[in-house]
Design a protein. Structure first.
Length: 283
């Protein structure tokens, strides 16, 4: 199964990135800026251009990760972030009609998790959570070696769970700095690296909230491994202590003792994760 050629497509807010995966090797990457304000067909044509440049007769399937809610069975994407025209696009049907090979579509957080499982630090782990911490708090769930997206691709939306006066995403992601202190997160990161004590204190606060979010995830899924992705992971030294202080109050000591938390170091995780959708499908 893993010796087949798969095209992985990462549909982002401003760019499409695609790659050709041959076995476990990413042998070619193409990228293109999206006409995000264009029509449904405009964006589809951008995707076609990437795939056309990657596909040959040996490609077995195409996987696509999108920042949106997805009807996984039918490959329909809804309300794609930052692409206003993509309210309801039957992406699987359109792509399969054009390319005559299987097309798998899922959201980007699920692709992150499946990418880590097949290509990254999740290799060999039966149960894991891929937690992306950026402008939002997204996640993907692997249970018994399979991706668990839920019937409506809504599983793992931990960031939307009520917390304090808002939700976890409000406090446990890069939104925290703007929401609470009306300050750009990147500026806070640069100040923290320069030794600014206030910026480091703010990260410590965010870490406390993230630790509470992880505790909630542990009670729900009891994972062996949580892999942190997203841009905020680069600030781990500034929030890890308070994050672990909260995690260490978890009630079940056996689960806590066996938990690993790792930082993703997987390059091109969106592309690899999209390709990994096919491996998961073929299990």
């Amino acid at each position: 199964m893993h010796d087949k050629k798969i095209i992985g497509i990462d549909l982002g807010a401003t760019n499409i990135r695609g790659g050709l995966i041959n076995g476990k090797q990413l042998s070619q990457i193409n990228s293109k800026r999206i006409n995000s304000s264009g029509s449904v067909d405009d964006v589809l044509n951008d995707i076609f251009e990437i795939v056309d440049n990657l596909k040959d007769n040996d490609v077995a399937a195409i996987g696509i990760g999108v920042p949106s809610v997805v009807d996984v069975e039918h490959g329909i994407v809804y309300d794609v972030q930052y692409i206003p025209s993509w309210k309801e696009v039957h992406l699987k049907k359109i792509m399969e009609a054009r390319y005559k090979i299987p097309v798998l579509v899922n959201n980007d957080a699920n692709c992150f998790a499946i990418g880590e499982y097949y290509f990254g630090k999740g290799s060999g782990t039966e149960n894991l959570i891929g937690l992306t911490i950026g402008t939002g708090l997204g996640s993907g769930i692997i249970i018994n070696n399979r991706l668990f997206p839920g019937p409506h691709c809504g599983a793992g939306e931990f960031g939307m769970v009520d917390y304090l006066d808002h939700c976890y995403e409000y406090y446990a992601s890069g939104q925290f700095f703007q929401n609470v202190y009306q300050t750009d997160g990147q500026e806070v990161f640069e100040k923290a690296k320069a030794g600014d004590k206030i910026a480091q204190k703010w990260y410590a606060e965010m870490g406390m909230h993230l630790g509470n979010a992880i505790k909630m995830i542990m009670y729900a899924y009891d994972p062996s491994l949580i892999i942190l992705g997203g841009s905020v992971r680069f600030a781990y030294p500034y929030f890890s202590e308070t994050m672990w202080e909260r995690i260490n109050t978890f009630a079940y000591t056996k689960s806590l003792a066996n938990l690993r938390i790792e930082l993703s170091d997987l390059e091109n995780s969106g592309i690899l994760g999209a390709a990994g959708l096919y491996y998961d499908f073929e299990q």
